[in-house]
Every structure is written in structure tokens, then in C-alpha cells.
Design a protein around this ligand. Structure first.
Ligand code: G1P
Ligand code: ZN
Length: 543
């Protein structure tokens, strides 16, 4: 075993986005690319010497190879210990939990989340800090700066470590502990939810289907839903993680989880359907014949979380990312809870959770979570839903109707224009920015602009300010449009247009969202000139 220092030169484009560094897999596999980035993380965190880190990933192509490289680099740079999920697997929430309960200095998660995997698809690496949460902006910047001046990295030359065997081993003086990726996470879930009540629900004939989308939640869902809670075998489908996610797109939404949608909207449908993404932090919830949008789900969970033992004392407060629908705000107001509006990305919830200002938070992009970890958590959301269903014993559709009648409904949709030329996308945003001050008072497609600004966030805990977090346009009557460019894409730019309108008339709670939002959609194009700038006449994805 030999420790060597490898000379390298900076590689462009190692700026982490909304959630770590994501690139095409072949880019990550090119000489020095992964190594440079890992070395930049070491520099960013002030060196890895003497530190203990968690390591795991979502099992996508290159996950196993990257894990070996990261272990060899950690050992060569003097890390004390690495706690690794068996076969280098850990869901993002499980990694967050391990970092917290083992009180490590942080962890490295290998994932590009819901992006497809494989040699031609995406790979990613993110660093989570000692609180279990994503890197704050300031550390992200330090890592990026380091990537621009990296000249060498240390690595141990040795055989691969066998990551399939649980237990402790050693690599060039560094301890490597290989742990069951599921056990600690399952115990955490058991501490939050009434497993007895959920078991009774499942024993009563209530049927569920969980689609793991060939991704990392398969083993977690099998262990918890089937083996512990008694859902019949086969309730969890696509449960074996595969390097290319079965050739699919592990993004739990009605488009990519169509197989599940067809079952839950078909003959003899189960009572409840759910899915999670590549790394297990996102969720999709469907009831028999009803899709629950992430924003609705967040509002329902906030309204009912007290039904689960882990939240029976009530919530400390709630938070949502800015583009997420404002249905949550009305639940919070009704319950007298603080409701925070943060920029897109889970990292912005961390301070609020750490400071005990909020205990539940979420994003329109299918992420919901609480203060139990510092990441969004797909299975957690599914279990909270099941706990609520176990108490209420009503169909999902009835719960939604009652919720909307009580709090009002926000019709909501996000339109994504993917792979847009970056210059054109930036030109659209720049032009929009330029006219914001003139918009209030103007009419577009029958809607009158009430407010228009570019969102900036002042963190109430540490006082840091984050600017350019999306353009929001509010209309009289409660409709709203948000425009922002994605920070997770790997090709060109993705323009996201978030559309919503409020409905409080109980007789109008069951309409089609796209039809109901037709005037808001038209106003978005009128204001931003989407077609004129991008040449696109329709979005690639509507969620
Ligand atoms: C997207 C979502 C955002 C989420 C992130 C990571 O980021 O919109 O809510 O936190 O993925 O899962 P975006 O591509 O919009 O920057
Ligand atoms: Zn994810």
C-alpha cells in the first residue's frame, strides 16, 4: 500500500449547484475530475485529517468506483474514520441521519438525485455538514474556489475494499466501518410514527403500492413497509436499486412514475400509492384516483402532523421554498404558526431547523421533511401520510376535499422548459428583471399585477443574504407566477415557471389545474416572452 501525491491542474466547471456537483457521468469519470473535486472538498472543510465522515450513494453507475476513490483519498489525507453504507449505498436522508447520530464531521453522498443514471447520464457528489444538512452557500463557495487552484491530491494505491461485508476494516491507518444502510433509519422512523396504528391499517385491508423506481429506497421500503409494517410482499415494486434505474428517470412525478399512476387510477386500484426518487429524498403521494401535488401534500402534512407521535406536541413553525404554493401559509395562519419563505434548495431550511424555529418544511419539487434529519425525506413523508390515514380512516380523496374546504385550495403547476440555450434563458431573465418596476398595475390576460420583485432572502438565524433567487409576480386576487432558472441541470438551462391561483369556493375544488390556470399561464408568456426568447411553444414537462 503506497500513499502517493498526484499532480493535477484545475478543471473548469466544478461549481456546485442547488444540490452538490452534478455532471454527465463521463465527465466525472475523466482523469482527475472526481479527485479534484474531492480534494476541493477537503480544502473547503479545512482538511479531512483526523475527521470522521459518512459515505454512501444512491447506487447509480460509477457509485461503487467513486466510493473506492473517495476512501483512498480520505485515507491518504489522514481521515480518522469513514462510516460507509454497505455496498456504498445510503439514501440521502439515511446519510443525514447517520451523520447526526454518529456525530461525524459530515458526509459525502454520491448522487444526482432524480436525474437518470448510467454511462451516458448523470452522476453527482454532495457534501453534507455535521448537522446532516447540505453545504451552506459559504462552504460551497470555498469548495468552488479551491477547485480553481487545486494542483495536487493525495491518494493511497491499493486493492479495492470489499464494501459488501458489514464490520470494521482498515485502510492505510484509517478505520472503515461498513454499516447496514437501513437499520438506523428504520429505527428513527419507528420513533416518529405509530407503527402499531399503521400495522392495523394495513391489516384491515388497506392496500398500498410503493414504487422505488429501481433506486435506493427499495431496500428501505421493503424493510419498513413490508417486513416491519406487514404490507403484503409485492407492495413495494421496482425495489432493487440498479445502476441505471432500470433505464428510467427516477423522479417521482406523474410523468416519470406513470406506471404507478396507471395502477392507482386503474381498475382495482390500491388505496394509496407512493414513490421516491434516486436518492430517496423526494416523494410522490397518490390516493385512489387522486394525485396529491407536493404543495398540497405539504399543507396537509402541516395540518395533520400532530396525529403522529413524533409531532403530537404540535409544530414549532413551518417553512416552504419560495416557489412552493402558498396553501401552507393559510394552514400556518389558522394554527398560529410561523411560516418562512426560503430560496429553492434544502440547505436554506437548515438554520431554521437547527434553531428550532420550524419543525416541518417542504418544496414544490416533491420534497418534504422535518427536523428529524436535515434533508428532505421521501419515506418519512409516506409514513407520515400512512400515520394520518391510520388515524383518520378516510380515503385520500376525502382528506383532500375536507382540507381544501377548510383552508382553500391553491391550484398549482410548474412548467419546465429544458435544455434551453443558456444565453437565451439568461436574456429572458435579464429582460424580466429590467421591467419589474413597471409591472405593478398592468394587466395581462385579465390579471392585474399587484407586486413584482426578485426574491432575496435574509436568513433570520445567521443574517446571511442570498440574492437572485427567482422573480415573483403577484396578482390581485392571489394568483402568482414565479420564474427561475434551475440550478441542478447538466445541459443548457432549464427555465422553471411556477403558476398558482387560490380558490376558496367549495363548489370549485375539483377542477383541472391546467384549465383553471389558463389565464395565469397566458400571462406568464405575455410577461416574459417565453416563446419569443426560447422558441418553445409548450413546456417539456408540466408537474
Ligand atoms: C431542483 C428543485 C429544488 C430541489 C433541488 C434538489 O432544483 O427545484 O426544489 O431542492 O432540485 O432536489 P432546481 O433544478 O430547480 O435548481
Ligand atoms: Zn433526490
Amino acid at each position: 500500500m503506497q500513499r502517493i501525491t498526484v499532480q493535477t491542474t484545475p478543471i473548469e466547471g466544478q461549481k456546485p449547484g442547488t444540490s452538490g456537483l452534478r455532471k454527465k457521468t463521463h465527465v466525472f469519470m475523466q482523469p482527475h475530475f472526481l479527485e479534484n473535486f474531492i480534494q476541493s472538498i477537503w480544502v473547503g472543510i479545512g482538511g479531512v485529517e483526523g475527521k470522521t465522515l459518512v459515505l454512501g450513494g444512491d447506487g447509480r453507475y460509477f457509485n461503487d468506483r467513486a466510493a473506492q476513490v473517495i476512501l483512498r483519498m480520505a485515507a491518504a489525507s489522514g481521515a480518522k474514520k469513514m462510516i460507509v453504507g454497505q455496498n456504498a449505498l445510503l439514501s440521502t436522508p439515511a446519510a443525514s441521519n447517520l451523520i447526526r447520530i454518529r456525530k461525524t464531521d459530515g458526509g459525502i453522498i454520491m448522487s444526482a438525485s432524480h436525474n437518470p443514471g448510467g454511462p451516458k447520464e448523470d452522476f453527482g457528489v454532495k457534501f453534507n455538514t455535521a448537522n446532516g444538512g447540505p453545504t451552506p452557500e459559504e462552504l460551497t463557495n470555498r469548495i468552488f474556489e479551491a477547485s480553481k487552484s487545486v494542483t495536487a491530491y493525495d491518494i493511497v494505491e491499493t486493492q479495492d475494499i470489499d464494501l459488501s461485508q458489514l464490520g470494521t476494516t482498515e485502510l492505510a491507518g484509517m478505520e472503515v466501518e461498513i454499516v447496514d444502510p437501513v437499520a438506523d433509519y428504520a429505527a428513527l422512523m419507528q420513533s416518529l410514527f405509530d407503527f402499531g396504528a399503521i400495522r392495523d391499517l394495513l391489516a384491515s385491508g388497506f392496500r398500498l403500492r410503493f414504487d422505488a423506481m429501481h433506486a435506493v429506497t427499495g431496500p428501505y421500503a421493503k424493510a419498513i413497509l413490508e417486513e416491519t409494517l406487514g404490507a403484503p410482499e409485492g407492495s413495494v415494486v421496482n425495489a432493487v436499486p440498479s445502476p441505471d434505474f432500470g433505464g428510467g428517470h427516477p423522479d417521482p412525478n406523474p410523468i416519470w412514475a406513470k406506471e404507478l399512476m396507471d395502477v392507482v387510477f386503474g381498475e382495482g386500484a390500491p388505496d394509496f400509492g407512493a414513490a421516491s426518487d434516486g436518492d430517496g429524498d423526494r416523494n410522490m403521494i397518490v390516493g385512489r384516483n387522486i394525485y396529491v401535488t407536493p404543495s398540497d401534500s405539504l399543507a396537509v402534512l402541516a395540518a395533520n402532523a400532530h396525529l403522529a407521535p413524533g409531532y403530537s406536541d404540535g409544530l414549532k413553525g413551518v417553512a416552504r421554498s419560495m416557489p412552493t404554493s402558498r396553501e401552507l401559509d393559510r394552514v400556518a395562519a389558522a394554527k398560529g404558526l410561523d411560516c418562512f419563505e426560503t430560496p429553492t434548495g434544502w440547505k436554506f431550511f437548515g438554520n431554521l431547523l437547527d434553531a428550532g424555529r420550524v419543525s416541518l418544511c417542504g418544496e414544490e419539487s416533491a420534497g418534504t421533511g422535518s427536523d428529524h434529519v436535515r434533508e428532505k425525506d421521501g419515506l418519512w413523508a409516506v409514513l407520515l401520510w400512512l400515520n394520518i390515514l391510520a388515524v383518520k380512516r378516510q380515503p385520500v380523496a376525502s382528506i383532500m376535499t375536507a382540507h381544501w374546504e377548510q383552508y382553500g385550495r391553491n391550484y398549482y403547476s410548474r412548467h419546465d422548459y429544458e435544455g434551453v440555450d443558456s444565453d437565451k434563458a439568461n436574456a429572458l431573465v435579464d429582460a424580466l428583471r429590467g421591467k419589474l418596476i413597471h409591472l405593478p398595475g398592468q394587466d395581462f390576460s385579465g390579471l392585474t399585477v399587484e407586486s413584482a420583485d426578485e426574491f432575496a432572502y435574509d436568513d433570520p438565524v445567521d443574517g446571511s443574504r442570498s440574492e437572485n433567487q427567482g422573480i415573483r409576480i403577484g396578482f390581485t386576487g392571489g394568483a402568482r407566477i414565479v420564474f427561475r432558472l434551475s440550478g441542478t441541470g447538466t445541459v443548457g438551462a432549464t427555465l422553471r415557471v411556477y403558476l398558482e391561483d387560490v380558490e376558496t369556493d367549495p363548489s370549485k375544488m375539483h377542477r383541472d389545474a391546467q384549465e383553471t390556470l389558463a389565464n395565469v399561464i397566458a400571462a406568464a408568456d405575455e410577461i416574459a416572452g417565453i416563446e419569443a426568447y426560447t422558441g418553445r411553444t409548450a413546456p417539456d414537462v408540466k408537474t
